[in-house]
Design a protein around this ligand. Structure first.
Ligand code: HEM
Length: 418
């Protein structure tokens, strides 16, 4: 039986400075090889001063994500906090209240309320509108020539889409992005800490959400927030906190992740101009390219669970109440599943990546995210010929979101064929 508690001394996954140059794939290659179920001892950066399990192999991540009885997204009676972040969140605030931090059977009932809003039929109805928006966003950036690709292109469509999905007035979308950035960003704080900026943003977002929910309750539309404001589970309406959490979750999940996939994909293509030209020539490659971009960028690198009882993962004993982190980003580079995992291959097939997670909590917005990526890359391939990164890439200082804050680029218009 593997012990896997030896601590590779130089690994600290809670030191966010180790994430400022991008996700540390080489660290995870070592963990998959030497300690695939590794007990991360607490360091000076670790929230709560408490160690946690790091699960890095594809098959172990998959098995734990599927087993919601053994690995809870909410929490357990044997500890006070829970949730899907490494830092414990107080029960009732997010765990047990936020859709992705609930367990069966309530989770399935909760999730069912929103499935219709992101089902293929609902997405087909907005496809044309999203394509028009993407064309406009990309057209404006190409016309200017120089842009911050993250802010001007990658962030815009997901933000417009989520505003529409939730029924948030479009003119407010940049305020929402500012709040989401401030609450998700660890630029000025460490794990488990709030800063003045993040606290103020959370309070403003809460006040905005409450007021909007109030309006939806009084005058419901066909948007997702109206569903949250008016739906019932087992005859009971969602609590005000649950409704509020739907708002916060979707703003965060809907805007932060997709933009990082788009920007990270564009960065990968900037380094591979031949692949860009191939995609421009053969659009049939775009579908597999989007899956490869998702695998390659893995914008959500991990989610946490809490062991509900004594159990084991691939022969390693885990005690009740211990934190278990499932690293999707590491699973996505596991050589046991992906041939040549560290190469970016837009023809990769099969490509069963875990960028959207797996099991009952599989990303609710996966279809929407894929559609957004498709229409943005279609618009880019239609309009952009040559392009280049023109300045330093600023990344997000976080181990929870692998992303980019600023990506200076020059986009040159595609010349019409003569
Ligand atoms: C490239 C973009 C995206 C990535 C990489 C991503 C990633 C993920 C992952 C890994 C999970 C699983 C969490 C867990 O198991 O604990 C998840 C869940 C979720 N995602 Fe996404 N996501 C993306 C886009 C979106 C969008 C656009 C939306 C909504 C508009 C969304 C809404 C959600 C929701 C509501 C859940 C919770 C589902 C549940 O617990 O049943 N995501 N996402």
């Amino acid at each position: 039986m593997a012990v896997n508690t030896a601590s590779p001394p130089d690994i600290d996954l809670t030191d966010l400075n180790r994430f400022v140059d991008g996700f540390p794939y080489e660290v995870f290659a070592r963990l998959r090889r030497e300690a695939p179920v590794w007990w991360h001892p607490p360091t000076g950066h670790t929230p709560g001063g408490e160690g946690f399990w790091v699960v890095s192999r594809y098959r172990d991540v998959l098995a734990a994500a599927a087993d919601t009885a053994a690995f809870s997204s909410d929490g357990t009676a044997v500890r006070d906090g829970g949730g899907t972040l490494l830092e414990d969140l107080p029960p009732g605030l997010a765990p047990g209240t936020l859709l992705n931090m609930t367990d069966p059977p309530r989770h399935a009932k909760f999730r069912r309320l929103f499935q219709g809003s992101v089902a293929p039929r609902a997405l087909a109805a907005i496809a044309g509108d999203l394509a028009d928006r993407a064309a406009e966003i990309v057209g404006a950036a190409v016309e200017r020539g120089e842009c911050d690709f993250l802010v001007d292109v990658a962030a815009e469509l997901p933000l417009q889409a989520v505003a529409q999905l939730l029924g948030v007035p479009q003119e407010d979308r940049h305020r929402l992005m500012g709040w989401a950035n401030a609450t998700l960003d660890y630029a000025d704080r460490d794990l488990g800490q709030m800063s003045e900026i993040s606290e103020r943003a959370a309070a403003e977002m809460y006040a905005y959400g409450s007021e909007l929910l109030e309006r939806k309750r009084a005058d419901p539309g066909d948007d997702l927030l109206s569903v949250a404001a008016t739906a019932t589970i087992d005859g009971e309406p969602l609590t005000p906190m649950e409704q509020q959490m739907v708002f916060s979750l979707l703003i965060a999940a809907g805007s932060e992740t997709t933009r990082n996939a788009v920007a990270g994909g564009m960065l990968a293509l900037a380094e591979r101009p031949g692949t860009w030209r191939e995609l421009a020539r053969d659009r049939a490659l775009l579908g597999p390219a989007i899956e490869e971009i998702l695998r390659w960028t893995s914008p959500t690198p991990y989610n946490r669970r809490t062991a509900t009882a004594a159990t084991e993962i691939s022969g390693t004993a885990v005690r009740a109440g211990e934190k278990v982190t499932l690293w999707w980003a590491s699973a996505n580079r596991d050589p046991a599943v992906f041939t040549d995992p560290d190469s970016f291959d837009v023809r990769r097939s099969p490509n069963q990546h875990l960028a959207f997670g797996r099991g009952p909590h599989f990303c609710l917005g996966a279809g929407l995210a894929r559609m957004e990526m498709r229409v943005v890359f279609e618009a880019l391939l239609d309009r952009v010929g040559e392009f280049a990164v023109t300045g330093p890439v600023e990344r997000v200082r976080s181990n929870k979101h692998t992303g980019i804050r600023h990506l200076p680029m020059r986009l040159e218009p595609r010349r019409a064929r003569t």
